[in-house]
Design a binder for this molecule. Sequence first.
Ligand code: PAF
Length: 295
Amino acid sequence: MQALTTIAALREAVQAAKRAKRRAAASDAYEPTVGFMPTLGYMHAGHVSLIERARQENDIVVVSIFVNPLQFGANEDFDKYPRDNERDTRLAKEAGADFVFIPSVDEMYPAPTKTIVSVQDITDVLCGASRPGHFDGVATVVAKLFNIVLPDKAYFGMKDAQQVAVIEQFTADLNLPVTIVPCPTFREPDGLAMSSRNVYLNADERRQATVLNEALRLAESLSADPEGITPGQLRERIMEHIQTAPLAVIDYVEIKAYPSMEEVSSLQDSGRILIALAVKFGKTRLIDNTLLHRG
Ligand code: PAF
């Protein structure tokens, strides 16, 4: 596995790997596939499993590690976001990556960007409302990374369900030739969704944070009753449950059609319904969600 820090070196390495695969297959017509997993780094078992999946499904696997300043607000945790490139490089190698791309901020943004990829409407709610500009930063860096890596498939965790909707939207709108592969959320044994930000939690916050998974499981069981509960009532029940944790401060609990992010009038509406939440424990803001599939 190779770790590369410049766009030119990464592009050349991927092209060389493709040429080598074609030679090995003794066919110029053979088109080796590239699987890509962009990350902010500080990897956990969820990242590792996505890289392993990319390994199974592609000839060449690229992982990027880049804490993207464009997606952090002025008072957010860009400076203190946990970083450990050495450990991440080792984990990516063990999971089967061929290349790890670790650009500097100057490499990605040699000058302030005048071009922003900005997805409309579906970014007005949930994390888009709480973190203005966040999804412009995500969409812009992911579009740049897609143009650098030129992947056939790109892998994203569904813990960030709204992010997946945003990435699928601009990929379709801009006709980018990449298939987005949404992957299930990975959870700790007690149900807390894995996140690099979990390291910020102190022992009390970490213990109480399990209330988020409990609230989502409660929501799934309450919404299973076809006679039952309205979206507004369900939202109340989820909030009540979260508030049983004294340290929890709710940013939002929302129930929306997925991926349109439109209001749902009934939990029996057809299609997918996203139940999403963002809750602060101390200074740490955690998100989680569940997706209901209706016939
Ligand atoms: O989900 C993340 O880790 C980031 O938002 C991403 C997709 C790597 C873009 O910086």
